[in-house]
Ligand binder design. Sequence first.
Ligand SMILES: NC(=O)c1ccc[n+]([C@@H]2O[C@H](COP(=O)([O-])OP(=O)(O)OC[C@H]3O[C@@H](n4cnc5c(N)ncnc54)[C@H](O)[C@@H]3O)[C@@H](O)[C@H]2O)c1
Length: 323
Amino acid sequence: MARILVTGGAGYIGAHTVYFLLRAGHEVIVVDNLCRGHRRYVDPARLRVLDIRETRPLAKLLRQEAIDAVIHFAAYAYVGESMEKPEIYFDNNVAGTVSLLNAMTETGVRYLVFSSSAAVYGVPREVPIPEDNPVAPVNPYGESKAMVERMLTWMDRCRGLRSISLRYFNACGVEPGSGLGEEHDPETHLIPLVLRAARTGEPVTIFGDDYATPDGTCIRDYVHVSDLATAHLAALDWLLQGGPSEVFNVGTGKGHSVMEVVRTAETVVGKQVPYQIGPRRLGDPPVLVASPEKIQRTLNWRPVYTRLEDMIRTAWEFEKTRS
Ligand SMILES: NC(=O)c1ccc[n+]([C@@H]2O[C@H](COP(=O)([O-])OP(=O)(O)OC[C@H]3O[C@@H](n4cnc5c(N)ncnc54)[C@H](O)[C@@H]3O)[C@@H](O)[C@H]2O)c1
């Protein structure tokens, strides 16, 4: 049992991870400014409405709550928005993390699990992507994650702060019975958009069908949010047991095309998904699939959800409650 501070714990992946941390018997405090999160995802007794850029109150909280480790989700996470307003990504994602690191250094909290992203790879050199693929982001969002990863390397060398950066691929699904959901506003993730199209009849746009892939649509590695949550628990245990700083991909290692997601959703929902083909999005690589070999070997992490259909079914159970 450890005392964990979770930044961004009112968001989609953060709230799921809190749910699994509590089930594993950890004590949890959530820091979230609710700019993009949901108050109802967090037990009011655990929630501290606070911006991570406010170093002083953050340090006070770390000290008062005798925190052992931090899991850091709080960030902006829209690629398109980051191209339009790069400065807010560097401010929130990078300067926000500097503020958190200052608070941790001041209070002697030595362990951090960080939400990184497959976006750090940009257009990868090889697929499945190993962790030693060059880090070469193609948008400010990916750059903000890469910058934090580099800061963490130096914080380890100079300050002995140990960290795990988890480079997630495409998070999806909802933990059944958790009362949580995937509710980004605006929603940009494919599975909720496809399911919303099925529910409302409003077509979803597929960005490009002329890629060099078998059906012409982009291929991504979908990883269930509950499996992402257990990856955080494994990373936390690794650090608390004295393991060194590491970077891991978190994906299943299997790729699915956009059209496959549409067809599988149709099977799950039992009706057609209306869609239209739009132009390609700038900087969308044709294929992004993780090599999950390192996290499997090192942390002994395995995804429970390996079938796309099962992942989509959990998302549909949530989507149905929204009508
Ligand atoms: N969803 C994905 O597929 C995916 C993939 C790769 C990486 N990630 C990363 O995982 C993390 C969580 O993603 P998500 O989909 O749950 O996003 P989300 O927007 O649902 O959650 C982010 C949370 O952080 C909070 N927040 C943002 N800035 C804050 C600040 N300055 N102070 C306090 N709280 C703040 C928001 O209110 C929100 O609750 C992010 O860091 C994101 O970049 C997500």
